[in-house]
Design a protein around this ligand. Sequence first.
Ligand code: ADP
Length: 462
Amino acid sequence: MPDKITVAGVPVDTRHWIGGRRVASGDTFTDVSPIDGSVLGEISRGTPAEAAAAVAAAKAAFPAWAATSRAERARILHAVADGVDKRLEELAVVETTDNGALLRSHRRGVMPRVAHNFRFFADWLLTLEHEDFETRGHRNHVSWDPAGPSVLITPWNAPLMLATWKVAPALAAGNTVVLKPAEWSPLTASLLADIAAAAGLPAGVLNVVQGYGSEIGDALTSHPDVRRISFTGSVPTARRIAASAATQLTPLSLELGGKSPLLVFADADLDLAVDLAVEQYDNAGQVCLAATRLLVQESIAEEFTRRFVEKASRLTQGDPRDEATDIGPTIHPRQLEKIDGFVRRATAAGARAVIGGHAEDGRYYAPTLLTDVAQDSEIVQEEVFGPVLTLQTLSLIRADRVTDRLVAGTVWVNCFFVRDLQAPFGGSRLSGVGREGGTWSFDFYCDLKNTVTAPEGWQDHG
Ligand code: ADP
């Protein structure tokens, strides 16, 4: 197999990146574009041996990286951000070709955000202040010690964005990293390795292992030298990871699926509400935080639905590389089948598709709105991860009274997707464990240490 493939004109290395070297596995897996099913290339299919080699490289590089001054770590992370900015267009086209999300969002939203992830945590690092206080003349000194080699496992719906959201704080805090990107979208992680190396990140500080989580996941997550595991993905996989991490009691951060509601009250700005509702089809609905349950106050439900249908039917579905496209393909025919199964079972149970309700072809699923759905039905309870919304009506309750009682990681009022890296992000109950962002990311990747120093000659005083 070739070590490099060319994707949308960009050379991408198909091998792992371990200890500052490209390493191939004997076997490969095929990477396919969701846009048209074309084969992009054969990617190294990691085995437990490469997983162990990557952890060993991360372990070997850890002491020196942890001892590197904060200013120097911040400088290198800014250089990584510069590298991302410089290769922004390449990253955007490769990501779109690999995962099918819109090129226009990769260009203008996602990839600038990837660079920002590095800048934000580089700057954050420099603002951390050690805390000192006194106990009976003894000095307490609280410091953030980097925890050690960290395994970061990421999904395919926003590959580089979600990977760097973990990589940046982990590296800033002084940890070394083994990144395992999703097998359906492996390419931009490989480009990140090139960018990081060019920016001067020392060998072994960032390692990338390609392959199937089912084949190499355990080797990474049960490894005794791994000090942190951060995962974004599905609940069943999170359960397996947590069970595997239990061997060493390795601390976990889990960012999982969701089934969020969008609440629309009678006095809402209806056009804004409709715009926000239609926005939930973003990335073909393959978004963990998508508000897929539209809960609309009874008195305005009819008018809301009319305006929603009018707006949603103007959406253009097609090639995500076309700037005019609003909805691209689903990641994989298997995902499309899963989505279709949910919708079929819902309609068999009495739901009505106001729009959509079917696949356009083997890759594109029509934006769908289902009404007449029961609260305890599968379609209302389970995450679909596709462009499928349900609509239910609400009798009168007030937003300000409701907000306090919502069990949710994020509540957006009259807006959607407004995210600041300083804010905690994550889900409650089965939607996750822990939070990412600002201080929450930093604390996760650190071991907080309190050093208590006795005053000189304290024995004399008893
Ligand atoms: P999906 O949303 O496709 O169901 P998953 O949650 O299974 O995705 O996948 C998210 C990430 O988890 C991917 O990188 C995948 O390879 C990885 N993964 C899958 N199974 C395991 C496992 N047993 N251990 C560790 N990682 C896994």
